[in-house]
Design a protein around this ligand. Structure first.
Ligand code: PGA
Length: 230
């Protein structure tokens, strides 16, 4: 199984997200059975998005982009894993943008992963070299079952820059990540993935799929990525 994960980041309000579904529906991409399509949405879009894709029978699985590191309780404004459990099957944790803008630590990411797993949500753990070893160590120290997680190698220099990493070089690092995890979990690549380059990543021996930011926002570009893998 290969995976295409979209990450809308802080884009698309509810109305725009429903228009996006209309766009995908009109394009009718093939959705091959051996490729799982996961789309990580803003919290505010998820419930209505789920209803609409179910009505239209579109085989996209939804995910969130973050979760609180705290259990339910007196934490005004936090969205807990317990809340997300009714809405999504996946959740991104530890994206470098959250480390950069919200001072997230590897310890917090491990706490988030633990709460997600307790609520039957698969954590999609983002990794880059400055904190890659530290993050994996932290997961093990918190007794996280890494075989129930997904991992994405996301070199910061490639994120949103239009300068993807060389696929062979990316494969080298995903292979190392796989080794650190005893090869029990999928390892994906993320960073400036487009319809033109997606196959060169997914065809690598140790890249199980891609995480797509910018080109997941436009139905035409996202459908183009899916179609390129058929
Ligand atoms: P990008 O984003 O596809 O725009 O490079 C990737 C990511 O940050 O997940």
């Amino acid at each position: 199984m290969k995976y295409v994960i979209g990450n809308w980041k802080s884009n698309q309000n509810l109305t725009e997200s429903l228009i996006w579904i209309d766009g995908i529906h009109a394009l009718k991409p093939k959705f091959p059975a051996d490729i799982a399509i996961i789309l990580c949405l803003p919290f505010t879009d998820i419930a209505a998005f789920n209803h609409k894709i179910a009505d239209l029978n579109i085989p996209i699985i939804t995910g969130a982009q973050d979760v609180s590191h705290l259990a339910p309780g007196k934490h005004t404004g936090e969205i807990t894993a317990n809340m997300l459990g009714e809405l999504v099957s996946y959740c991104i944790v530890g994206h470098s943008e959250r480390r950069r803008d919200f001072n997230e630590t590897s310890q917090m990411v491990a706490e988030k992963a633990k709460l997600l797993l307790e609520n039957s949500i698969t954590p999609i753990v983002c990794l880059d070299l400055p904190y890659l070893d530290e993050q994996i160590k932290e997961l093990f120290q918190n007794n996280i079952d890494v075989s129930r997680c997904f991992f994405v190698y996301e070199p910061i220099a490639a994120i949103g820059t239009g300068h993807p990493l060389d696929p062979v070089e990316a494969n080298h690092t995903t292979n190392q990540i796989g080794f650190l995890l005893d090869n029990v979990a999928p390892v994906l690549y993320g960073g400036s993935v487009t319809a033109d380059n997606v196959k060169s990543f997914v065809d690598q021996s140790r890249i199980d799929g891609v995480l797509v930011g910018t080109d997941s926002l436009e139905p035409t570009l996202f459908a183009g990525i899916i179609n390129s893998l058929i």
